[in-house]
Write a protein that binds this ligand. Structure first.
Ligand code: 2NL
Length: 372
């Protein structure tokens, strides 16, 4: 029965309305997953389906209970029904309305329940899935080697001292027996702040402070960052890491220096390591010596690492110059001491076979990850 065509008999009108609703509702239920009401998984894939059904059902409701529905038209007819039939007709209309409303509301509730479980299923978390582990970091190779050096010296009774990276000219040069116009100011040249401070070019500065503060005797190492006015290349960087060692006491001799450096290198590179000293010059030590150790790779036979010499040059050393002791408030008549210095970057470069020490400061994880 087409809409708008009103049959003469009001009862037929109600019949038509009921028939129209039942056909419509049956089609809806037939199309809908509700045909299997409550059966089947209310999974994620069903969510869109349930939502679309909800919209369709709202349309069914408007079509059969709305202002333009056959039901609404039937209600309007109540007044025109003969008085003796009016009550019965009214009841018929009410009954019809109650039937439609009941069926629609039941369907709405069932749909709502399905929608809710589909939404819950979509938001569900599988707590049994394995977690995602955060990537574990590791120490920078410079830190690994620095800590190894520190451990060795701590075990030999040395303290580890730390200090400032920005220094006065006095601590960086004068206190180390490098007066103004001394040629060593060129090789130790560094960077300066606009108000006249220097970025330390060796960690001896830390040792001068320590001697001034603690006096003698003293046994200490000073690891840290230092600066030199060098042009970067595969073996030079204007900023690098150094360790300096200092031992001041009564009766300290060159023998103590040699024994200490040799023991350090044996612990660092193995029991078989041999150390040799070559005379050299440093303004802050007298006498001075550079030290080499037998190649840890070839054991002295000659290889790429030691450039076929069997020896690896590592650092400088010597007996602390009396001017340096005096300048730091230590009496050179009573005390003597030895000192040494070496570059950590160079050591890391050798140990890990780096062809360019600048890689250590690029913070490229593809490089750094190799040292885990
Ligand atoms: C090198 C040479 C050296 C020192 C550092 C030092 C410290 C004080 C007094 C005297 Cl407080 N000397 N340090 C001595 C000799 C050599 O380093 O080639 N470093 C990488």
């Amino acid at each position: 029965m087409a809409e708008g065509q009103t049959p003469e008999d009001p009862r037929l009108q109600i019949e038509a309305a009921r028939k129209a609703f039942e056909d419509d509702f049956e089609r809806f239920v037939g199309l809908s997953p509700l045909s299997s009401m409550g059966v089947g998984p209310a999974g994620v894939s069903n969510l869109d389906q349930w939502e679309s059904q909800q919209r369709t059902l709202a349309e069914v409701r408007t079509r059969h209970l709305g202002k333009k529905s056959l039901l609404a038209a039937s209600k309007k007819m109540i007044g025109r029904v003969p008085a003796d039939e009016r009550a019965a007709f009214g009841q018929l209309v009410q009954q019809h309305e109650a039937d439609i409303t009941g069926k629609i509301e039941t369907a709405e509730q069932v749909l709502k329940a399905h929608l809710e479980s589909a939404r819950t299923a979509r938001e569900a978390i599988d707590v049994t899935l394995p977690g995602r582990r955060p990537r574990r970091g590791h120490l920078h190779p410079l830190t690994v080697v620095r800590e190894k050096i520190e451990d060795i010296f701590v075990s030999l009774g040395y303290a580890i001292e730390d200090g400032r990276e920005i220094e006065t000219d006095f601590y960086n040069f004068d206190a180390l027996n490098i007066p103004e116009n001394h040629p060593a100011r060129a090789s130790q040249d560094t960077f300066y702040t606009s108000d006249g401070y220097a970025l330390r070019s060796q960690t001896s500065t830390v040792q001068i402070h320590a001697m001034q503060r603690r006096g003698a005797p003293v046994r200490m190492i000073a690891p840290g960052r230092v600066f030199r006015r060098d042009t970067p290349d595969p073996t030079h960087n204007p900023m690098f890491f150094q360790v300096e060692g200092l031992c001041v006491d009564r009766g300290i001799s060159m023998a103590h220096l040699k024994g200490t450096v040799a023991e350090f290198l044996r612990r660092m590179f193995g029991e078989q390591t041999v150390t040799r000293f070559r005379p050299s010059y440093f303004p802050f030590t007298e006498p001075s010596a550079e030290f080499d150790f037998s190649c840890f790779k070839c054991g002295g036979a000659g290889c790429r690492i030691c450039k076929n010499s069997g020896w690896i040059e590592l650092g400088g050393s010597g007996m602390v110059h009396p001017n340096v002791l005096r300048g730091a408030g230590v009496d050179p008549e009573e005390f003597s001491g030895f000192a040494f210095g070496l570059g950590i970057d160079r050591m890391v470069g050798l140990m890990y076979g780096l062809d360019d020490i600048r890689l250590l400061f690029e913070n490229d994880v593809r490089f750094l990850e190799q040292f885990d």
